[in-house]
Design a protein around this ligand. Structure first.
Ligand SMILES: CC(C)(COP(=O)(O)OP(=O)(O)OC[C@H]1O[C@@H](n2cnc3c(N)ncnc32)[C@H](O)[C@@H]1OP(=O)(O)O)[C@@H](O)C(=O)NCCC(=O)NCCS
Length: 353
């Protein structure tokens, strides 16, 4: 069976930026509290649809792989914040890209969505059902944040990351991948007020989270998933050149790093700049790490995540020799007329008066 490998990568971070001090001007919080409890210093707020960000990230990924949109035979979007429930966001994205030869669908595993997406993509490649897959982790979470709820309003941001998955001609690519879920812990992290359960009960839409419960399970779940990915690949932790964990909280990342026994210099973090962009954190971080020269040719890479569900997953990837894009794209979002905090405050007023 063919292994799946990542041959293109790209990201789109919307320009409007909200600092902790911006939030502290409208919420009872402080830069000090947010930075020490979570590691977050700022986040991006999208002024466009999730699928608009996804289209920009996708164009960069296609260029990096040297492909045209018409070469794609499958588009899979990992998201919990699609433009609409129907149709799948992947269909909007397909139209924006002109990817007329692709099947298109979404998958939702909360913040673990990108690892779940990789797992599905690897299966499509292995069975020969698809040959060139566009996979995204893409989220526009800030519309779901309630500025009256400081527990969650300070943690999340918007952004999009894309990869191209193709069949490997060698033994390089995904060496192992595992995903899991415990639905008994579903209540630990939910979006309330949106979905068919809520149609008879008008209710504000908001993220509801038991932060401590999520924190505890996150560390245990990520360590177990990464250990399994390593064991299944026949690697030890010392073999790993770069670990990209889901970016939810720097203290979760630090605790996971310590328990795994990996050198912190090998762990990529960017949570300070973007906050938690759910399924998008890993593909955004991957594309950024490659651009910054943090991923070397032939590197052994581990990706690990956890999220709503509660879900978890990890993969061990033997990277090839190419860490340069085959080509580049100048795709970019239009400028925003409002600042990030203006977007958030206007939205809050529209929703709550
Ligand atoms: C949410 C999280 C940062 C809270 O950190 P914590 O150290 O557990 O903080 P606590 O929940 O103990 O709250 C401590 C105090 O800070 C207060 N607080 C909460 N949010 C605050 C904010 N934004 N600013 C200031 N104070 C805040 C609380 O009200 C509480 O006050 P109290 O002690 O007077 O009751 C942390 O639990 C976390 O990151 N959990 C995981 C969340 C996550 O990763 N979710 C995404 C999963 S994909």
């Amino acid at each position: 069976m063919k292994r799946a490998m990542i041959t293109g990568w790209g990201r789109c971070m919307p320009e409007p930026t909200v600092t902790n001090d911006d939030l502290a001007s409208v919420i009872d919080t402080s830069d000090e509290w947010i930075a020490t409890r979570s590691g977050i210093r700022q986040r991006r707020v999208s002024h466009v649809d999730n699928s608009d960000m996804a289209a920009v990230a996708s164009r960069h990924a296609l260029a990096a792989a040297g492909l045209e949109a018409t070469d794609l035979d499958y588009i899979l979007v990992a998201t919990c914040t699609p433009d609409r429930f129907i149709p799948a966001m992947a269909c909007h994205l397909q139209a924006k890209l002109g990817a007329v030869n692709a099947a298109a669908t979404d998958t939702n595993a909360g913040c673990t969505g990108f690892i779940y997406g990789l797992n599905l993509a690897a299966g499509l490649i292995a069975t020969g059902s698809a040959r060139r897959i566009l996979l995204l982790g893409s989220e526009r979470l800030t519309p779901y944040l309630d500025l009256n709820n400081r527990d969650t309003a300070v943690l999340f941001g918007d952004g999009s990351g894309a990869v191209i998955i193709e069949a490997s001609e060698t033994d390089e690519g995904i060496q192992s991948i595992n995903v899991g879920s415990d639905g008994n812990l579903a209540g630990a992290l939910t979006i309330e007020g949106a979905g068919s359960s809520w149609m008879d009960i008008p209710s504000p839409v908001q993220v509801v989270m038991d932060g401590r419960e999520v924190f505890r399970n996150a560390v245990v779940g990520m360590v177990a998933a990464a250990d399994k990915a390593l064991a299944d690949a026949g690697w030890s932790i010392d073999d790993v050149d770069l670990l990209i964990p889901h970016q939810a909280n720097i203290r979760i990342i630090d605790a996971t790093t310590k328990r795994l026994g990996i050198d912190p210099d090998k762990v990529y973090t960017n949570i300070d700049a973007y906050g938690n962009t759910s399924a998008a954190t890993i593909p955004i971080a991957l594309s950024e790490a490659i651009d910054k020269g943090r991923l070397k040719p032939g590197a052994k890479l581990v990706l690990v995540a956890f999220g709503a569900g509660l879900t978890w997953g990890a993969t061990a990837i033997q990277w090839g020799q190419r860490v340069e894009p085959k080509s580049t794209s100048d795709a970019a979002l239009p400028p925003s007329e409002r600042t990030g905090i203006e977007i958030m405050v206007d939205r809050q007023r529209a929703r709550y008066g």
